[in-house]
Write a new protein. Structure first.
Length: 223
């Protein structure tokens, strides 16, 4: 699956190493060394995925992520993997709440990053609109509608709902939902999911009743 990937990293050695691995995977790679150049390259090349360092000169990665998610054209909004030396839970949640699809902390192995790239691209290539009953999840626009009414969700709520809608009838453990909403290396409390599910049900109204609690395990979307 050849894709165009924008790699944003200010350290030359890291940038060259990651670019080499991405090209070995068969991808077209565009690089940028700072946040301003990253936005220029994203506008010029319209990448499918951005591998984005947070600690950047001229404009930090969080500002770049926010700008990429604010693009008016849905087709120009790439998937985003954040890469950073910041390891606190607040830093990670901030990035994910801005709309990043995954989060990798430094130091990392290039093989691990390639696995994350494959997973994010695989999800991005799936069906654009997923439906379950009255719920429709538009994966291109990252929008959710119930009976055609637009529902405003946080990025975390969106990722949780997308995971459930993609596999109606499947029971997800809280830990599995944590991994889908926050990434594989999130080490916070999985009970955080309960709060987000409660908010999801409230925002979805009657359609939210389809999110069923499987006591002692987690949640599923009733098929």
């Amino acid at each position: 699956m050849r894709r165009r990937i924008l790699l944003v990293e200010d350290d030359p050695k890291t940038r060259e190493t990651v670019a080499l691995y991405l090209r070995r995977e068969g991808h077209e790679v565009v690089t940028a060394e700072d946040g301003v150049r990253a936005l220029e390259a994203a506008h010029e090349h319209e990448p499918h995925l951005v591998v984005l360092d947070l600690m950047l000169p001229r404009m930090d990665g969080l500002a770049v992520c926010r700008a990429l998610r604010d693009v008016g054209r849905a087709s120009a909004r790439p998937a985003i993997i954040m890469v950073t030396a910041r390891t606190t839970e607040d830093d990670k949640l901030t990035g994910l709440d801005l709309g990043a699809d995954d989060y990798v902390t430094k130091p990392f192995s290039p093989r691990e990053l390639m696995a994350r790239v494959r997973a994010v691209l695989r999800r991005a290539s799936e069906e654009d609109v997923l439906t379950a009953g009255a719920i429709a999840v538009d994966r291109v626009r990252r929008e959710v509608r119930v009976h055609d009414a637009l529902i405003t969700l946080t990025p975390t709520e969106y990722r949780l709902l997308e995971a459930l809608v993609r596999a109606p009838g499947r029971t997800f453990t809280r830990q599995e939902l944590v991994e889908r909403a926050f990434g594989d290396d999130y080490d916070g409390l999985d009970r955080t999911v309960d709060v987000h599910v409660k908010n999801l049900r409230r925002k979805l109204g009657e359609a939210g009743n389809a999110i069923a609690t499987v006591f002692g395990v987690g949640y599923k979307l009733s098929s």
